[in-house]
Design a protein around this ligand. Structure first.
Ligand SMILES: [Zn+2]
Length: 444
């Protein structure tokens, strides 16, 4: 219980930030956007069939489902006569207690600035092997930073490249730490491990720990559950889901993304409309990129293309075999089970996501890894900071494996993409309504 309490308290860090760190403007803006954290008894949740309503499930504790709800969603709960409790004040209290022990809003997790500092330190301490590159600039003028690791890192040689990227989604803080620690590990073990030296000498390993630094800052300082970037949309809402903004099957339907700007899976006005996705696009497409992992949380799954359709990808069997190998390597470390499968079948349908696009370019094996915990019962988006290094360590062999695979396997070539005619890239406004409902599972 203690662990759960601490996690919950950390989950509420945004409330403390709300009280002590955010300015008036941010407070007003956040109040408009965030609504409240409310809890509903599990039996009421089931009776009202709330799981079908596409609500933002945050965690479950003591028989109650916690939800992040907008003012409109709160009104809908009331109209449905679902008894709910507003949890925000209690979380504020618990957050204040936890933060006094932690000494910071984000504890051991990195803010954008802390990330830049640590990347620069790695570059300074490992001259020749590490090079920090500014690959883009966000809407709020933050740098999108990549750490390149290779022998002779300052020069761009024609070596196979592998990309490890984190934090497309702001609230998935653990996804920053795992790729960052991988970079640190490679640099610190180059002189110690023949395996690491061989890999680094033969490849370019690109690490972008935070693809969405604006969202990350917003999650730390204003609203812990923020997911998207900070695009000011035309209708007054904020944010594009940058993991729905890539150019393959973008906007294919309203199940795998949304054309409604207020949605947490809003795809943006056009493919690659966002600086975060153009930065990743240009980085990946500008060299011989042979593999990619995009880290997210939570649920302990390894997903491979396609996400946009339940039809199998041309190299589906190969992708499945690589995912199986990575899953086995992860489990061997300390027994954590990461299931694996095709994204659209194993989790939910998406369109415009990172892995579909990187795979679609030239067949580079591309994966989304949803990091721990396994479910909301174990903390949802909120990993205890004490678990960071163990989560990294269990993923390390899989990252090394995929890098080795990339070095050994040339690109297979562009896979065939089968899209329904006349749908892709059409105006979100003009798109006909799709049957069915948004995915009922919490978004990850
Ligand atoms: Zn995510």
């Amino acid at each position: 219980m203690r662990v759960v309490t601490v996690r919950l308290a950390r989950a509420a860090a945004f409330v403390a930030a709300f009280a002590c760190a955010a300015g008036t403007w941010a407070v007003l803006e956040a109040a408009e956007e965030r609504g409240e954290i409310v809890s509903v008894a599990k039996r009421d949740f089931a009776a009202a069939r709330l799981g079908r309503r596409g609500l933002d499930l945050v965690m479950e504790k003591d028989g109650r489902i916690h939800l992040a709800v907008s003012p409109g969603e709160m009104a809908a709960l009331a109209a449905l006569q679902v008894p709910y409790a507003v949890e925000t004040p209690r979380l504020l209290h618990e957050a204040a207690r936890a933060l006094s022990a932690d000494g910071g809003l984000n504890g051991a997790y990195h803010s954008s600035l802390e990330l830049e500092t640590d990347l620069r330190i790695l570059e300074r301490d490992h001259p020749g092997l590490a090079s920090v590159r500014e690959i883009g600039e966000t809407l709020e003028k933050r740098k999108i930073l990549a750490l390149k690791i290779s022998d002779n890192a300052a020069a761009d040689e024609s070596e196979p490249a592998v990309l490890f990227v984190g934090c497309h989604h702001a609230r998935e803080w653990i996804s920053v730490e795992v790729p960052l620690l991988f970079g640190k590990y490679l640099l610190e073990h180059y002189g110690l491990s023949q395996e690491v030296r061989d890999l680094v000498d033969a490849s370019e390993i690109w690490i972008v720990p935070a693809a969405n630094p604006d969202g990350l800052e917003y999650s730390i300082h204003v609203y812990r559950y923020w997911r998207k970037n900070r695009r000011a949309n035309a209708d007054g809402t904020f944010g594009v889901d940058i993991n729905r903004n890539y150019g393959l099957a973008w906007g294919l339907d309203d199940l795998g993304s949304s054309g409604r700007p207020g949605s947490d899976v809003y795809r943006g006005t056009a493919p690659f409309s966002e600086p975060e996705t153009t930065a990743i696009r240009d980085l990946f497409a500008g060299r011989e990129s042979r593999a990619m992992i995009s880290f997210h949380s939570y649920s302990q799954v390894i997903l491979y293309p396609w996400g946009y359709t339940t039809g199998a990808a041309p190299a589906g069997a190969t992708l499945d075999a690589i995912a199986a190998a990575m899953s086995g390597l992860i489990e061997a470390v300390r027994g954590s089970v990461y299931t694996y499968g095709q994204a659209s079948r194993h989790l939910y349908v998406t369109n415009g996501d990172t892995a579909d696009w990187t795979y679609g370019l030239a067949g580079a094996p591309s994966f989304t890894i949803e990091l721990p915990p396994v479910d909301i019962d174990h903390g949802g988006f909120f990993n205890d900071q004490a678990a960071i290094s163990a989560i990294f360590e269990e993923n390390l062999p899989a990252m090394l494996y995929l890098t080795r695979y990339a070095v050994d396997h040339p690109l297979p070539g562009r896979p065939r993409v089968r899209l329904p005619k006349g749908r892709v890239g059409s105006s979100p406004v003009a798109r006909p309504k799709q049957p069915g409902r948004p995915a009922p599972r919490p978004l990850r």
